[in-house]
Design a protein around this ligand. Sequence first.
Ligand SMILES: C[S@@+](CC[C@H](N)C(=O)[O-])C[C@H]1O[C@@H](n2cnc3c(N)ncnc32)[C@H](O)[C@@H]1O
Length: 395
Amino acid sequence: MTTGHPELVAAIASEIAVSGPIPFVRFMELALYHPQFGYYTRSPETGTERIGWTGDFYTSPDVHPTLGYALARQATQIDRLLGQPDPFTVVEMGPGKGLLATHFLSACRTESRSLFERLRYILIDRSPAMRESQRRHLSQWLSRPGLVSWVDDLDDLAPGSVTGMFLSNELLDAFPTHRIQVTGGRVEELWVDRQDGQFVECLKPPSTVALAQHAHSLAAHWPDGYRTEINLNALDWIRQVARILRRGVVLTIDYGHTAEDLYRSDRKNGTFLCYFKQSAHEDPFTHVGEQDMTAHVDFSSLATAGEEHGLQVTGFTNQMSFLMGLGVEQLIASLEPESPEFRAAIHLLKPTGMGGTFKVLVQHKGIEQPQLDGLKFKPFFVEALARVESHVCKS
Ligand SMILES: C[S@@+](CC[C@H](N)C(=O)[O-])C[C@H]1O[C@@H](n2cnc3c(N)ncnc32)[C@H](O)[C@@H]1O
């Protein structure tokens, strides 16, 4: 049954009444980012938050500052490899509450004074409510002019204008995604219609040629009824990032898989999930505008799209290996065993939890194949990112 934020439900219903069924990707765009009523756009009700222990889900920076510390170490090494440019720019996209940025800045100040003095940290978040939250969490860093700034959109950064690092944590899994289903050997798309006052799914041909082509390039032995997601917005994003980066790395941390793993035939229901008050479920039509929606990232397609636009793959690993490569065990060794802080830091490393589920893709441009500490331990060969070759479905 449809439930959710009343004005948002009405706005989506009215779009469907005017134009007919909408592709699921459009429904997700409106549910999360409707300019007035979207889940991320609106300020949360007083006393609640979207991200964090009292919110709908938590992310690594909520657990412990380790990730920000490790990223500051990684940035210090990248800075050396780039010849200590002035400024060294970090662009963090989708920073949420801005916790990762605060952890990064604190660690950078102690890790490398030289980098800290040349650092320019740019945040980009499409949600006005999240930008407000970032300003609150980052207030102590705002007194030094030029250290922390915001731009509205990637379009505000000129091509070739960034030397340094693009950084994101759980950005791409929050991008609106297309959802598809195989029926009678054909790829169809999930659309959203309205019947008897409820949102309902329907299957129709792919809404764009790009979607049909991408699905066709992936389809490998998918059985009838197979459902999955295709995140074309993530591919547009990496192409744009590749244009803006002059020299440096793109570091993308997210739930995700290689294409071979994400699109394997026994993963029949895809990875789409909604998060409401710390519990996950699969129904996008309840709590519309009051819950997060996500889908895992296809890192192979991201790597391929980057390569086509001048970004080379530096390496692909998981969060546990990334943190271990950057010496997180030294930090953990300094904590009281079994203290809450110790347990929190370990939580980020667990191979069966956040340490294994989160992957880290590093891509570079304008530097010779860098050997990065975060990629010292690689549980995957880079070749694992190669896209699935066989095409058996007709779209
Ligand atoms: C799942 S939250 C992750 C927040 C944060 N990185 C963390 O780890 O806690 C996703 C964030 O990405 C932002 N976002 C989504 N699409 C975006 C886009 N196209 N440009 C900038 N920010 C975006 C959302 O507003 C939200 O703040």
